[in-house]
Design a protein around this ligand. Structure first.
Ligand code: HEC
Length: 224
């Protein structure tokens, strides 16, 4: 995706602007296990891919230290290999465009051809990827991403629920989102992940294609 079409939204921290240039003084290293001389921005970012973010950023789920309970990190546990974690860290740090260290710059090779998107379903799949639906509903729509204190525990499996909607209802759901989502324990923290409202971001052809894609992956209801 060309950088200028990268959707920006309020779902989580902006990796380009907030993370790639984060001052060390704003990082709580206390759950990282890093010694003083290992406490660098690169190590902080890298740990998010190899350590469980719930350990790294545990919040305050019982409200022991804050007035309101705070859910642990909404970031999934990817458990990447050391090599992959290194690569993603390099990429994240390079998003701070004005200050890309020289050693991060990869010489230009022939650009990969854009895949040809012919059908509404193919284009809808691209919309699903572009707006990061996969981050919460998984790349194949099966959901299952954990969400601390969420009433259903994990994010919905779109394949299972989509066939319970008409097209209009589905569009309305995506437009409006669900925020905040219901809590499992009413006294516990607000779950970190919620369904964002996409009204101003996805519209017209993109919305039509997205919906076509979602219906195409829906598990067929048993017919009697
Ligand atoms: C930040 C996480 C997040 C992202 C990103 C996200 N969703 Fe959701 N979505 C949720 C949560 C949480 C719910 C459950 C809401 C509830 O409990 O009612 C949900 C619910 C839904 C539902 C209704 C499911 C049901 O159970 O009826 C649909 C449809 C849906 N999302 C589609 C999408 C699409 C399409 C995208 C991308 C444009 C998207 N979502 C992006 C978190 C997310």
């Amino acid at each position: 995706m060309p950088p200028n079409s990268r959707p920006r939204g309020p779902i989580s921290v902006d990796l380009a602007e907030e993370t790639a240039d984060k001052p060390l003084s704003r990082i709580d290293f206390s759950h990282t296990g890093l010694s003083e001389d290992q406490r660098t921005l690169a190590n902080w970012v890298r740990l998010h891919f190899v350590k469980d973010p719930w350990e790294l950023v545990p919040g305050d789920p019982k409200g022991e230290f804050n007035e309101e309970p705070i859910a642990p990190s909404g970031m999934p546990f990817f458990n990447l290999s050391a090599e992959d974690a290194e690569a993603v860290t390099t990429y994240v740090l390079s998003l701070w465009r004005d200050r890309i260290p020289m050693e991060y710059i990869v010489p230009l090779t022939t650009p990969r051809p854009e895949p040809e998107l012919k059908t509404a379903v193919q284009r809808g799949r691209a919309v699903y990827e572009k707006f990061g639906c996969a981050g919460c509903h998984a790349p194949d729509g099966t959901g299952g991403i954990r969400n601390f204190n969420y009433v259903n525990g994990t994010e919905p499996n779109l394949r299972k629920v989509v066939s319970t909607y008409t097209k209009e209802e589905l569009v309305e759901k995506i437009n409006k989102g669900v925020s905040p989502v219901d809590k499992a324990d009413p006294k516990g923290p607000t779950p970190s992940l919620y369904m964002p409202p996409w009204k101003d971001k996805i519209k017209g052809q993109e919305m039509d294609d997205l919906v076509a894609y979602l219906f195409s992956i829906a598990e067929k209801q048993e017919e009697w």
